[in-house]
Design a binder for this molecule. Structure first.
Ligand code: A3P
Length: 298
């Protein structure tokens, strides 16, 4: 792959993140009122962070002067494996409750940290083909630390599961199964669902985190306003999301988290045969789980 990676307990980790992942597995304990935002990379993490943060803080700030207008969504939550990897575990532990934390960790690795804690988890999933394309573009824009590889090479690695936080199918399955077991604690969202029905999904997540919209708010268009504030168009045009840097381990410009924001961009990078090949792998791996909907022939 394009990121130097190491395999640990069935998953591939970018070199710099494995120490954090292991530290979390060994000693991180979630609090009952923690909220986790979980994803496989490039599945809509930034968008989810913005939507959740805007929804949860809507009573504190008028949306016209919301902190998201001057703060990158990644700076609104603590990305735990990164914090742990750079020696800032104590800062995460010192955060006041309720904390909003984010992670790309697979369920199996985070299990002991969250099991029995009662914390809530929102997982965002995306068509693996689009997540791959998005990741490939993302690495093209990174610091010189990552070697830029041709798309076909990234595709092969992805199909083998050798990809940061991959294999994607095991990542999806771990969290999907947990959401079936404990729907009141684990909400499983799809990027495509957010694109198609943003208002309904923001209402869903508001209810899930325990701050549902009142009738008055709904009638006043509050949900639509949050959707607009967090939209690609709005986020991409903000100065903060154009200039500032993000990430102490790998350096990416904030702007690299906002590219196209559509479904099906894989069509511009994969032949129908490649798409079908990846579809078959995903379908096989997810078979019987009930998780479907990303076939290229749909
Ligand atoms: P594309 O590269 O396909 O455009 P992550 O946040 O998990 O790193 O994922 C990044 C992907 O989400 C990118 O996909 C990016 O453009 C898209 N994205 C970021 N903000 C978004 C928003 N507000 N609405 C829709 N998509 C968004």
């Amino acid at each position: 792959g394009s990121v130097p990676s190491r395999k640990y307990q069935g998953f591939w980790y970018p070199e710099g993140f494995l120490p954090g992942a292991m530290a979390i597995q060994q000693r991180f304990k979630a609090r009952p009122d923690d909220l986790f935002l979980v994803s496989f990379p490039k599945s809509g993490t930034t968008w989810l962070k913005a939507l959740v943060f805007a929804t949860m803080t809507r009573k504190q700030y008028p949306l016209a002067r919301h902190p998201l207008l001057s703060l990158n969504p990644h700076d609104c939550v603590a990305y735990i494996e990164e914090r742990f990897a750079i020696g800032q575990a104590s800062k995460v532990e010192a955060l006041p409750s309720p904390r909003i934390l984010s992670t790309h960790m697979p369920y199996s690795l985070l299990q002991d940290s969250v099991a029995g804690s009662g914390c809530r988890i929102i997982y965002i999933a995306r068509d693996p083909k689009d997540a791959l394309v998005s990741f490939w573009h993302f690495t093209q824009k990174s610091s010189p630390k990552l070697n830029k590889i041709p798309f076909t090479e990234a595709f092969e690695a992805f199909c083998e599961g050798k990809f940061p936080f991959g294999p994607i199918w095991d990542h999806l399955l771990g969290w999907w199964r947990e959401s079936l077991k404990r729907p009141e604690k684990v909400l499983f969202l799809k990027y495509e669902g957010l694109l198609e029905e943003p208002v309904a999904n923001v209402k869903r997540l508001a209810e899930f985190v325990g701050c549902p919209f009142s009738e008055e708010e709904e009638e006043g268009g509050m949900v639509e306003e949050i959707v607009r504030l967090c939209s690609m168009e709005s986020m991409k045009s903000l100065e903060v999301n154009k200039v500032r840097k993000h990430g102490p381990i790998y350096q990416f410009a904030n702007s690299s988290f906002f590219r196209k924001g559509v479904k099906g961009d894989w069509r511009n990078h994969m032949s129908p045969e490649m798409a079908r090949r990846l579809d078959v792998i995903i379908e096989e791996k997810l078979q019987g789980s009930g998780l479907t909907g990303w076939s290229s022939q749909a």
